[in-house]
Design a protein around this ligand. Structure first.
Ligand code: FAD
Length: 293
């Protein structure tokens, strides 16, 4: 039986309380949200925090709302909340696509948006999704809040811009006219991605006015594909252009060979899934304009 090393446990009643507990226990303390990544790591002794600060009772962090033209998703919103949210599906359906394929209902009922992003696992589906929509992370310390573009939030595998004495409060996405989609290949239902791609499109006529491409589990720096986005912007939204964008995304990512597949297969997925996500986003764009979603 795997058992974590001994640790202190405190339940925070508010954000301020959580931050004061982080200060009290110092850099060896950890926030625990859903616990679906942290607790297994503690059982394997890959993480040995001296104290866990539990933020599950901080209700203000669980809200999903629209404020000042932004979709605001609290760090403690569960995967299941994101999946159930009509306002999320209305503005950014790629999150519903992704959430339908993240793990299983048990994990989705417990795992959180903040935990997913702060874990910064290279295979985390929400990281590629939030990168594609150009979200921003709201990070709070005892001195106040700061806003970090999600594309600068990930500083390496399992590393983020959140300092030891700070916590992620919320992720915000500017609401604009767009269509989006997420495509994932997994070995079996509920598994982590072999590879996945997110696409966001805004068209003016048949021309791409905005393109966002996120990549998950494919070794893309900061989970997105800037070269492919630049290629698409200003050009026609045709299959031919999407295929070239997929090839560009595949050329510039750096997947690693592992038990889920070799590098050439993953590059193939980067290209193919980018095209599929772009095509689905384009279909949704035209559907929205005809009154659908
Ligand atoms: C069996 C299984 C299958 C899974 N499959 C998938 C999958 O297919 N796709 C996928 O994307 N994910 C998958 N996951 C991951 C899961 O969905 C959760 O997203 C993940 O476990 C992290 O969320 P959590 O709330 O459990 O975080 P926790 O485990 O509580 O925390 C993770 C890390 O984030 C830190 N943290 C948490 N919240 C904050 C905060 N607000 N501020 C600062 N730091 C914070 C913690 O200190 C810790 O370091 C899977 C997990 C399991 C157990």
């Amino acid at each position: 039986m795997q058992v974590p090393a001994q640790f202190e446990y405190e339940k925070a009643a508010s954000v301020e309380h959580a931050l004061s507990l982080l200060a009290k226990y110092g850099p060896e303390s950890r926030i625990v949200a859903g616990g679906h990544s942290l607790i297994p790591m503690m059982k394997l002794r890959l993480a040995q925090p001296l104290a866990l600060i539990d933020i599950n009772d901080v209700a203000e962090l669980a809200r999903i709302s629209v404020e000042e033209g932004m979709l605001c998703i609290g760090a403690m919103a569960r995967h299941a909340d994101l999946l159930a949210s009509a306002v999320v599906g209305e503005h950014f359906p790629l999150f519903h696509d992704a959430e339908r394929m993240i793990a299983d209902p048990i994990v989705r009922n417990r795992g959180t948006v903040g935990g997913s992003l702060c874990q910064a696992d290279p295979s985390e589906d929400l990281s590629g999704s939030f990168a594609a929509v150009r979200a921003e992370a709201v990070v709070q310390g005892r001195q106040g809040q700061r806003v970090v573009p999600i594309r600068e939030f990930f500083t390496g595998p399992y590393q983020t811009a959140v300092a030891d004495d700070e916590m992620l409060i919320m992720v915000r996405v500017p609401i604009r006219s767009s269509a989006s989609a997420y495509e994932k290949v997994e070995r079996r239902a509920g598994d982590w991605a072999v590879g996945a791609a997110a696409a966001v499109l805004r068209l003016e006529g048949d021309t791409v006015a905005e393109a966002g491409i996120g990549l998950t589990a494919l070794g893309a720096r900061n989970f997105y594909a800037p070269e492919a986005e630049e290629f698409l912007a200003g050009g026609p939204a045709t299959d031919e252009r999407f295929e070239r964008a997929g090839d560009i995304a595949a050329e510039h990512c750096a997947p690693i060979a592992d038990q889920r597949g070799p590098v050439d297969y993953k590059r193939h997925l980067a290209a193919t899934l980018t095209v599929r996500a772009l095509q689905r986003a384009r279909t949704r764009w035209h559907g929205r304009r005809n009154g659908g979603n």
